[in-house]
Design a protein around this ligand. Structure first.
Ligand code: NZQ
Ligand code: ZN
Length: 361
């Protein structure tokens, strides 16, 4: 196990129906001016916006909206939020949404004088509310990259708030969670650590509940388990003592920079192809993964099972199923701009990323 320091600064409120009570208790700790940040329209459609306004007003807050945070948030949107938050002298940024809203607000909240941030999660999967990383797209430079921002002071994980998320997005979010676990698991060192054994349990749980929710979108138990698995993937516990891999994410992020595609879907297409390229370089770890997570003997079988799961739950298996066509020039540009991660079983080259992208078409 590598050396580590551990501190977890986010107060987590979790549970079906916990939203209102948790929000009221948190609001009492902050000043009057609240910047309410949200996405493109679901918040108003679902009626949650009205519920939140009512709570904020009863708690004596003045509210300024920061609306229209898009999936795959852009640097320009972050800058717009930064300007607004400073203009209104926000005492609290309340981010209500999925990973995109949370990511955007983590960067908005940073600065010489950081602004307290609370995140109400309405779509789970990224685990963004658990960490201080944010994935922001610089449209001009065509880079979708990690930025380091503020940790939220608190987050509210109420599975009831996610019941309106379209099934396609629920599945894509859950696959993102599985990907975070796998990319942590296959990081270095190769030896099986306690972090890895906890990780195996989170993967098994995510796979089981992904199947359950795909079969029955009304399965509240599965929904709730997936929400906590999403948090576990990114709250740092599984990463203790490890250099994470995240090579699949790095390729997907650049795919996203060029195509604005859905994150979980991009990962679903890439993962089996990437793993077929690299598993022989970490064969013992992949075999262990096969036995502990997929309950089969060999790495090859496990990767086939992963591919079957992706197909079975209705995730795309090729870029063309996602509506993406890539010409050679774009493939090369994505490959050349992908960050090669140090934690991966084997260092890829841009040429091999070109091959992987072509195999995903
Ligand atoms: O924008 P609105 O209208 O609100 O609709 C959103 C959006 O279209 C909708 N939605 C959210 N809550 C809903 C709902 N629809 C109905 N009912 C609700 N309760 O869901 C759509 C997708 O939302 P988004 O936030 O974009 O999805 P997700 O949570 O998957 O976040 C994706 C972003 O997070 C980044 C990704 O790269 C991507 O930009 N990631 C952030 C990470 C982190 N900070 O740790 C890690 C991840 O690996 C990931 O890269
Ligand atoms: Zn992800």
């Amino acid at each position: 196990m590598n050396r580590f320091n551990y501190e977890f600064p986010v107060r987590v409120h979790f549970g079906e129906g916990c939203f209102e009570e948790s929000l009221r208790s948190e609001l009492k700790k902050y000043g009057k001016n609240v910047m309410l940040a949200y996405g493109g329209g679901s918040l108003k459609r679902t009626g949650l916006y009205d519920r939140i306004l009512c709570i904020l007003s009863e708690e004596g807050k003045t509210v300024t909206d920061f609306a229209g945070i898009m999936p795959n948030p852009t640097l320009k949107k972050v800058q717009e939020g930064q300007k607004l938050a400073r203009e209104i002298k926000a005492d609290l940024i309340l981010a209500v949404g999925g990973g995109s809203v949370s990511d955007c607000c983590k960067i908005v909240a940073t600065g010489e004088q950081p602004i307290p941030l609370g995140v109400v999660v309405t779509a789970s999967g990224t685990g963004s509310e658990q960490n201080n990383g944010a994935v922001i797209t610089d449209e001009d430079k065509k880079v979708k990259g990690a930025m380091w921002g503020a940790f939220a002071q608190f987050c509210i994980l109420d599975p009831d708030l996610t019941k309106t998320v379209p099934l396609k997005q629920v599945i894509s979010g859950a696959f993102d969670t599985l990907s975070h676990c796998m990319e942590t698991y296959f990081g270095r060192p190769d030896e099986v650590t306690l972090s890895d054994e906890i990780n195996e349990a989170v993967q098994r749980n995510t796979i089981r509940n992904l199947r359950r929710i795909a079969d029955n979108p009304e399965d509240d138990f599965a929904r709730s388990e997936l929400m906590w698995a999403s948090a576990m993937g990114e709250n740092g516990i599984l990463k203790l003592g490890k250099v994470t891999d995240f090579q699949c994410h790095m390729i997907e992020h650049q795919l996203g920079a060029y195509t604005d595609c859905n994150h979980g879907q991009g990962l679903a297409v890439l993962h089996p192809v990437l793993y077929r390229h690299i598993y022989k370089n970490a064969i013992e770890k992949f075999n262990r993964w096969a036995q502990e997570v997929w309950l089969v003997q060999d790495a090859e079988d496990a990767i086939n099972y992963l591919a079957e799961l992706i197909y079975e739950v209705g995730l795309p298996t090729t870029f063309s199923e996602m509506g993406i066509t890539l010409d050679d020039e774009t493939v090369r540009a994505i490959a050349n701009s992908t960050i090669i991660t140090p934690g991966c079983c084997r260092k890829l080259t841009p040429d091999e990323i070109v091959d992987i992208l072509n195999e995903c078409k």
